[in-house]
Design a protein. Structure first.
Length: 83
């Protein structure tokens, strides 16, 4: 994968912490920050999927009822302007 340079300004305490944490993990500061961003992005995706699953579980009966009615009687007419 191609790499691109990203310059970030942080306060000195954050820089010291980033260097220390990277050193403890045995990786460069670049790699440490890259891993943090990838982990954060992955957590956001997991959070979305978990929230969607929770929503579906909460409203499962509503969806089931709606689709049963549609299967039995065909799609209900939509109000004007609604897709």
């Amino acid at each position: 994968m191609a790499k691109t340079q990203l310059n970030v300004r942080v306060d000195e305490a954050t820089a010291v912490t980033a260097r220390r944490m990277a050193q403890q993990r045995g990786v460069s500061v670049n790699r440490y920050i890259e891993e943090l961003v990838q982990r954060d992005a992955g957590e956001a995706g997991r959070t979305f999927v978990e929230a969607a699953a929770d929503f579906m579980k909460q409203y499962e009966s509503v969806f089931a009822e709606e689709f049963r009615a549609e299967a039995a009687h065909g799609p209900r007419p939509r109000p004007a302007g609604e897709r």
